[in-house]
Design a protein. Structure first.
Length: 273
């Protein structure tokens, strides 16, 4: 089989091997997929060794996405914009390519799996770190009327908003306290749910929102989704679908075959419980 792997530190918790094993079974592609723990100061050596040994592609997770960006000889447009790479592969000439599939992952999950209309929508993106940056260009490409980026550190939101290339979508920045109006879609791209915490936005924003999405996921609803439910928002989803969709896009980068994702999302959800 052609060899692939996910590299991170830590890596034991990664669900990517199960997801890619299901994709391989479904598509009939002859691939093997491992997990690799790289030393914190040893990502580049680990990745180069993997490719030198005949490995074909890598997924890259925390904390190595910036180093993967540096390693790539050639970047997709969305990876260049994200400033981070979660997917690497080597071509016949030995060049290493880098993509970022996280953003298209959330767009596919919202639009295609959950039926949330992004075209023409007013979208609130909470956070301006790596997760928000990775999502921005694919979100703009989905054609919303407006994206408001809100962050605790407001200058980071400003900077991210200004990085969006000219498009029909208006991209603006705000602090959490300065948010006004109704949003069709609210996306939590802050890391607050990791600590059971919440971004400090008004409850009314969540009550009135058409749909609330948290990029984090877990066996139980994240703190953000639990709070949105209490506020009265009916449409809620966590980031498990995004996880599976970003994996599917990596698989497509590598194999040129797009796996279907619905059954895989359901299976991984059942394994979480
Ligand atoms: P990630 O890759 O998950 O985006 P990151 O780049 O460290 O990680 O970004 C974390 C994001 O969560 C940032 O937007 C951060 O806000 P700041 O830019 O102000 O630091 C946000 N964040 C983390 N803890 C937060 C908290 N307690 N309240 C609000 N926002 C928080």
């Amino acid at each position: 089989p052609d060899r692939y792997a996910v590299v991170g530190n830590p890596i034991a918790h990664s669900r990517s091997p199960q997801i890619h094993a299901r994709f391989a079974a479904e598509t009939g592609e002859h691939v093997a997929y491992d997990r690799i723990l790289a030393p914190l100061d040893g990502f580049t050596v680990t990745a180069r060794d993997f490719f030198a040994g005949g490995g074909r592609g890598l997924n890259v997770t925390v904390p190595f996405k910036l180093e993967a960006f540096e390693l790539a000889d050639q970047l997709t447009e969305r990876a260049a914009h994200a400033g981070a790479v979660n997917t690497l592969w080597i071509d016949a000439a030995g060049r290493i390519h880098g993509d970022n599939t996280d953003g298209i992952g959330i767009v596919r999950d919202l639009r295609d799996n959950l039926g949330v209309k992004l075209a023409g929508a007013r979208v609130l993106l909470l956070g301006a770190g790596g997760a928000a940056r990775g999502a921005l260009l694919p979100l703009v490409d989905a054609g919303p009327a407006e994206i408001v980026i809100a962050n605790r550190t407001e200058p980071k939101a400003e900077e991210l908003a200004q990085s969006a290339r000219a498009a029909a979508t208006r991209v603006t920045a705000a602090g959490f306290a300065g948010l006004a109006g109704r949003f069709d879609v609210v996306i939590n791209a802050t890391s607050t749910s990791l600590d059971g915490d919440l971004p400090p936005i008004a409850d009314a924003l969540l009550k009135d929102a058409g749909f609330v999405y948290d990029m984090m996921y877990g066996a139980k609803p994240t703190s953000f989704l639990a709070h949105a439910a209490i506020c009265g928002c009916a449409g809620l989803a966590d980031g498990l679908g995004m996880l599976v969709e970003q994996a599917a896009e990596s698989f497509f980068d590598w194999r040129g075959v797009r796996p279907t994702t619905g059954a895989v999302i359901a299976a991984i959800r059942a394994e979480l419980a």
